[in-house]
Design a protein around this ligand. Structure first.
Ligand code: GLA
Length: 739
């Protein structure tokens, strides 16, 4: 393995592979000063320092030194109070009670084995090197280790920080960011993803303003309001042009990604736990680890950024036993029957599932004791005696005897006030003294910072999974947290509860997924309210949204694909009119919106299934046959405008190329459109499966594929048409000529 980390005698550090160089140094004063992040450099240790030292009126100078102010110095891990006025990576109360920490370079270490963080998921190692920089505040005996991991084959840089109190007095942390990135002045834009229930993953793009712009969460989950993703892009960046610096976190709780353009126009990006409402007491001898922050540098626009994320997420984050494993097609009971489920109905639906050729029956919400609507029973994870008299293990065995897999829904982190669990343990919920807890969907949040709650949940879920016939678990979480307090922690640790909750959740997930490594877990939080790399470290796929109307779903998949490979997504054909927005659309378009998701299925009632049986059979046949192709391939966004979307999916072996074209509202007399494909072999031909015609790879990329004509319907044999009307979709399948 080539040496990716190099260090000069005067403490310049470089992390360089074929995709990027990241260079910084210890200044003569001991401040970690950032030098370069961008394309790979031939001689990174010689990169020029772009920070010039000069006199600035009114600038405070660091420790009284001449011409050296931290307010214009790009830094690796800034703190506050020693001449830098920007939002700091480290902040909190020190052993004297004030907030002035000052970190000085102490030493470094390079390790081949990627370090893991205590109690938190981390990116896997392999062909990687990690640089650990040790900084110390000698006055307050705080040691901070900065971790930088670089991989031979990926454009992702992994960062984290670890704080250790080496003194004999308590320290407190308020800002404990995972990484800070100070980029030189340039015209950057910010791209981020915002949303809400059923409208997740909207992409917003804005100029970097002067001042500070933050996406964050204080809801207890990473949340649909802002997915933990932010990219700084060179102004004018498109899908295939422009420099991109993108960031995310392996974290599922309250996070913050903040961008600050200071008085001297350099841009600071901070990534980590949200400092708002966070406070951690660091007792003597104790350490605190931040979650990992991931950074991508890409120089060929947003597509190249997404390719780097996708490769990394599937290879280094997502559970490795599911990497490149085709996902079963499925029938989910939710929009087929909602809470009105019983054993007979499930077995009937299983027969229907068999009829249309899907692989798995998923029993969603409604199966446990007394659960007939969303007002009761969360917390009591035993089958409802009246409706499921033989119990879940027997039902699972019956479904499996029909030749199907069996999956089941849980919402383990919640409890309804109307439940046995709440009656027995009213203290096990997040709450604060003297305040009536707010409800969300009639439910309360269990206090996962308490180990006994984790043990209880492990026991309840284990009881069901241990029957051995459960192939899949949908893990739901349907409210934002309020009155976040724990009866098990002292008053001065209440602001640790949100983070401790996430550590408890990770502990539970680690224990369950370690005991049941072959069970496919799907992450859900009212759809995409906690869709992040923390959850995806334990669960091979996620439910991006409850929005299954295809037009709504297109936007969601488009945004989601900026960071997440479609390997980790699921989609199903829901009812029409859609239950969320009332839109009427064809079965085919409903399927097509999720055509490139790894897990594809159906959630329709028996009569809808009967009415559309043949169509469903043919779509599920395609889904099953192509399942192996829908993992590990390359997804490209080709066209997206108000009325059209066009995506390309190239299989892992590059032999099959799909092109999905969507047209929203029809109109007369539209122009002839084409899509330029990308990443094909320009020297080979590709056969269009539907008619056996051949197209050159070069022609498909340079000249483009003529898209079906919209709106008039089929009138001439020689012209390819979209289905007539609104919300139409078309799928091309090309096979590479191997001669
Ligand atoms: C959430 C999920 C849905 C479904 C319901 C069940 O809303 O996102 O898919 O599982 O809960 O209550």
């Amino acid at each position: 393995m080539s040496k990716m980390i190099t260090v000069s005698e005067n403490n310049v550090f470089s992390l360089t592979n074929s995709k990027f160089s990241y260079v910084f140094m210890a200044s003569p004063e001991g401040v970690m000063q950032h030098i370069h992040y961008g394309g790979p450099l031939r001689e990174p240790l010689k990169a020029s320092v772009h920070h010039l030292r000069t006199q600035r009126e009114t600038a405070s100078t660091y420790q009284g030194g001449q011409y050296f102010s931290l307010s214009d110095t790009p830094q690796e891990y800034p703190s506050f109070g020693t001449s830098d006025y920007r939002f700091p990576a480290l902040h909190g109360r020190n052993s004297d009670g004030n907030t002035v920490y000052s970190l000085e370079y102490f030493g470094y270490e390079i390790v081949k084995k990627k370090p893991r963080l205590k109690k938190m998921p981390t990116a896997r190692g392999g062909k990687s090197e990690t640089l650990i920089i040790t900084l110390k505040d000698p006055l307050h005996k705080l040691t901070v280790e900065l971790y930088y991991t670089i991989y031979e084959d990926y454009g992702v840089l992994v960062r984290a920080a670890k704080m250790k109190n080496e003194g004999d007095k308590e320290l407190q942390l308020q800002h404990a960011f995972s990484s800070a990135l100070d980029l030189p002045p340039q015209d950057y834009e910010i791209i981020h993803m915002h949303g809400t229930w059923s409208r997740e993953f909207n992409v917003e793009r804005i100029d970097v303003p002067k001042g500070r712009f933050v996406v964050d969460s204080a809801r207890g989950t990473s949340s649909a309001a802002h997915n933990p993703f932010l990219a700084l892009v060179q102004k004018g960046t498109t899908e295939d042009y422009g420099r991109v610096y993108a960031t995310t976190l392996i974290y599922s709780g309250n996070f913050a990604l903040s961008v600050e353009k200071g008085e001297f126009e350099d841009v600071r990006l901070l990534a980590g736990i949200n400092p708002f409402n966070f406070h951690w007491r660091l007792k003597p001898g104790k350490t605190f680890c931040t979650p990992e922050a991931l950074h991508v540098y890409a120089d060929k626009g947003l597509r190249s950024m997404s390719h780097q994320w996708h490769d990394f997420v599937r290879d280094k984050i997502s559970p490795k036993q599911f990497r490149h494993v085709p996902r079963p097609t499925y029938l989910n009971t939710w929009e087929a029957a909602y809470f009105d489920v019983d054993e007979d109905k499930v077995l009937h639906l299983a027969d229907k599932a068999k009829d249309i050729g899907v692989d798995m029956l998923v029993l969603d919400d409604g199966w446990f004791e007394g659960r007939r609507d969303d007002t009761s029973s969360l917390g009591d994870w035993i089958a409802d005696g009246a409706r499921f008299p033989s119990g879940i293990p027997a039902l699972a065995a019956k479904v499996k005897a029909k030749g199907l897999k069996f999956g089941i829904w849980f919402e383990p982190e919640m409890v309804n006030p109307k439940s046995q669990l709440f009656e027995n343990h009213p203290d096990w919920i997040l709450h604060v003294p003297g305040r009536k807890p707010s409800l969300g969907r009639n439910q309360l949040t269990l206090d996962l910072s308490r180990p006994e709650v984790i043990d209880y949940l492990f026991g309840q879920i284990d009881d069901i999974l241990s029957c051995g016939d459960i192939d899949y678990v949908k893990w739901d979480m349907n409210r934002n947290m309020t009155e976040v307090g724990s009866a098990a922690l002292p008053k001065n640790r209440q602001r640790e509860v949100s983070h401790r909750y996430i550590l408890g959740l990770y502990d539970l997930l680690r224990r369950l997924t370690a005991k049941y490594p072959t069970v496919l877990f799907e992450n859900c939080a009212s759809g995409g309210n906690r869709f992040d790399l923390g959850m995806l470290s334990y669960m091979a796929q996620g439910w991006t949204s409850d929005m299954c109307d295809p037009i709504g779903r297109l936007e969601i998949i488009n945004g989601c694909s900026y960071l997440y490979p479609l390997d980790v997504t699921a989609a199903y054909i829901g009812p029409s009119p859609n239950h969320q927005n009332g839109r009427i659309s064809s079965i085919e378009t409903r399927f097509m919106a999720g055509v490139f998701c790894a897990a594809r299925g159906v959630s329709l009632n028996e009569s809808d299934i009967d009415t559309h049986k043949e169509e469903l059979q043919s779509l599920m046949k395609f889904a099953k046959a192509s399942a192996a192709n829908m993992v590990g391939g390359r997804f490209d966004r080709l066209i997206k405008n108000k009325n059209e979307v066009c995506w390309q999916y190239t299989t892992r072996d590059e032999r099959t190329v799909y092109l999905a074209y969507f047209h929203k509202l029809s109109a007369p007399n539209l122009p002839f459109r084409r899509a330029r494909l990308c990443g094909l072999d320009q020297d080979r031909d590709y056969m269009l499966v539907e008619d056996g015609s051949y197209y050159g790879g070069d022609a498909l990329m340079q000249s483009g594929m003529p898209l079906p004509y919209v709106s008039t319907g089929h009138v001439r044999e020689s012209v390819r048409y979209m289905p007539k009307g609104d919300f139409s979709a078309y799928l091309f399948e090309f096979r590479r000529h191997e001669g």
